[in-house]
Write a protein of this length. Structure first.
Lengths: 261, 261, 261, 261
């Protein structure tokens, strides 16, 4: 029975994180990405890894009134004293359909691409994509990482994420498989479902050799920063009460008092 | 009735975050701290602000088996499919006593130091600290940011946080007030309760001119990264089951089967 | 150092909850309210206590698309595999402004009514209410439990909650104080802010002699049941995607694709 | 686009829940189980359904220092002002391995037993169990609802849950399948893994004709009540700080100050 961690320990005089003194060796020497890598992998990131980790966090942060931002704002409305509760409520939607998808997609690509390597022929990659599509159809599971309710003609993030991946040497077999899946889907089933942001980020995670939990973890860290911005705006110029009214007004059976409050 | 945000909006072809195109102007150009500032303040950080933000995130990340790490690990034990739930459970303890304290402390310093400026005399700062101590005693509220259960002779993080703050020009009236409070407490009540990490981080937030919600928000973002490291370790070498057994063994009325499971 | 609980313990052959065998003495013998009282107070409820606990749970459950129901539904949209995450997100808004208010109100009434008893004169109750109103005005804190954004002329729940309280002998000094506060507010400040549901439930909790945490706890238990109904409806006939569209449509800068998805 | 619910609506004078007036028709008339059924199914429960719903809630409530109770207590330690956060943290572990298992098990039984009926022969039930065991082995998925780390010779709750189910006419094909699975496992693979509490509750949910989300929902509602008892005990006689020390003491690299705090 061992209830211990390799992450860190504490004495009256020092906090040690994976062998380094937090105060004297990390404060002022480590930036946040260094710390993320040190905590998770007990090593510092290479420059190209740092660039990619920053990219993933920036991509995860947020943009506008997504369901997770709405959930955080509606929670803050009832419990403004608990910023942590509003952030937690916003993160809890990072499941199999939004954000958390990155983990599922990365794991799906890794499993499917086991017999490929980065130099595999285009035909081999397409065959691998074909097998994946068929297996998912047979077990009636949806393939994550495809299509977008707003960016119906193609997610504008994907080509830029691809370019930056290539630039840093992370355009490998998983990215190639990810891009081959929509090609196969269109050829064999006539469906046009382009790769979306979560699919591209899952390919990045897999081509960087990172595990799926770490991938989902980066999404949560990045999104937390976006939620803080939404909560701060909500504290200053709240939309929660109007959002509630807007929803009630969708059903004529709800009647609001004429005089307001 | 306006249910809109200034943070961002979306069209089929572009995601815009505070006026900039996410894909073409931010991916590859912004690092994570740039993004945090852009989302929250619609501007990029100065270099010294970036250094301090990195410092705060590094300080918040985690070290060892804190209550928030334990809560995340125990949650993962029951719901390994929901990494977001484990991270949320770990963040929910960031309240008035741990981590979230930074917000409370920053707001307390700001309110108390309204009539000070960075050049106020030492006597004026001590007087201000004295008034704060007296007001909290009279209303029987504890003063946050003082003392530590392990670092009883002084929190080893505080002097380094102070040095780095000074180096970047953020050692102002709030830091001075924070350091004066333990002096007053020892002089007038004979109690030795040195400033702790949360107190120092609250002083930094206040001296950087940032609001309390943003301060607590940075703590949550940084801690999320530490929780991801704990969850990944838990997935690989779980301590949750042994921790549960260890707790049950504290009460002899609990009897575990000899054969294990 | 004792890490033990009086709530229960376990052996290979039996689970014991506060001295009773869960399987042989509680299953089939205890209803849920019995269990709530047994767990919390190590005794069974009197019939009138059971009636009131049922009333509180029924009142807390839910009605329509409240912020907590919306937050749960938006969370389910992203993570349908984690019903617990959607329920948790819905509960996290039960803070100082919604639902959780019951705890704050009960504690406020208890503190203010310390020198009253159930037979105090009407004048004494009004004087007590006057002092409370004045103290809150002086410290610029809002008085919880008053007013409602929809039920502007009076919350329809309050008279029925009062009648049932009286019927069971729980209309005491806290209820009387709660009803006196709006009278004082109207007389002295000309403001019409009738007692709301949370105020009435806080009065019930206080007049039943229960603590504030238990009061907030009952609200959370009851609301969880309502959230389950919302999540089940969301699983069958989702409104989350339309809600998201509805919100985006409030800002003309958001452009959705004409073809939908 | 319809953002409406059939659960309820509100006017200045009345709250309506599935067609009934909350104040005049439900307060004082409905007990909590009535409300749960009314909210979820728009009908009142039969007496035997009420008995079973009470049984499930009692079984879910809690017993001793489970991971969910520990997570709630550790969260309360940092954020005592947010009881809702501590309850939420405790519920977030109700996933595929603990508590939430009831949903997964109920859905597994329902799918597997589609071709059985309550009067199917014992041979047919065993054959169905055999197919399920084989299918799970082939896809290398664990079968939920079996075995227990403490109750290694058989979960003491199971026979009582079975008796009460029979007594109320809810011992049908799902219960029979649930009990046949361990028989098959022992015959064909020599493994002794008796049905556990979650397995029995899943069988009850399925034999009552309820859906899996409702099943997991009842577990969450019941557990919330147990968590409230733990949080109240933690507020009065905290074990959180000692639990933290106990954990730190497991690793000799952690050194606590001799003088305490």
């Amino acid at each position: 029975m061992a209830v211990t961690t390799e992450i860190g320990y504490t004495t009256p005089d020092a906090i040690t994180v994976r062998g380094k003194n937090l105060s004297s060796e990390m404060f002022g020497h480590f930036d946040f990405i260094d710390m993320v890598y040190w905590l998770n992998f007990a090593r510092l990131p290479e420059p190209r890894e740092k660039a990619m980790a920053n990219l993933i966090l920036v991509a995860a942060a947020d943009h506008g009134l997504t369901p997770s931002a709405l959930s955080a704002r509606l929670t803050f409305l009832g419990a403004p004293e608990s910023v942590q509760g509003a952030v937690a409520a916003g993160l809890l939607g990072a499941g199999s359909r939004f954000l958390g998808t990155v983990q599922n997609v990365a794991e799906m690509y890794k499993l499917a691409a086991q017999d490929l390597d980065d130099q595999s022929s285009e035909a081999a990659v397409l065959e691998c994509a074909g097998k994946l599509v068929q297996a998912y159809r047979e077990s009636r599971r949806p393939i994550s990482g495809l299509g977008h309710n707003i960016h119906v003609h193609g997610d504008p993030r994907v080509p830029v994420l691809r370019d930056i991946s290539e630039q840093h040497g992370y355009f490998g077999k998983h990215w190639r498989l990810a891009l081959a899946i929509p090609v196969v889907l269109e050829q064999t089933h006539g469906k046009r479902l382009p790769l979306n942001g979560a699919g591209a980020l899952g390919a990045i995670i897999a081509d960087m050799g990172l595990d799926g939990i770490f991938g989902r973890g980066l999404m949560l860290v990045g999104r937390a920063a976006g939620l803080v911005a939404h909560i701060r705006e909500e504290a200053q110029t709240p939309i929660g009460p109007d959002l509630w009214d807007l929803v009630l007004d969708q059903d004529p059976r709800n009647v609001r008092a004429s005089s307001g409050y």
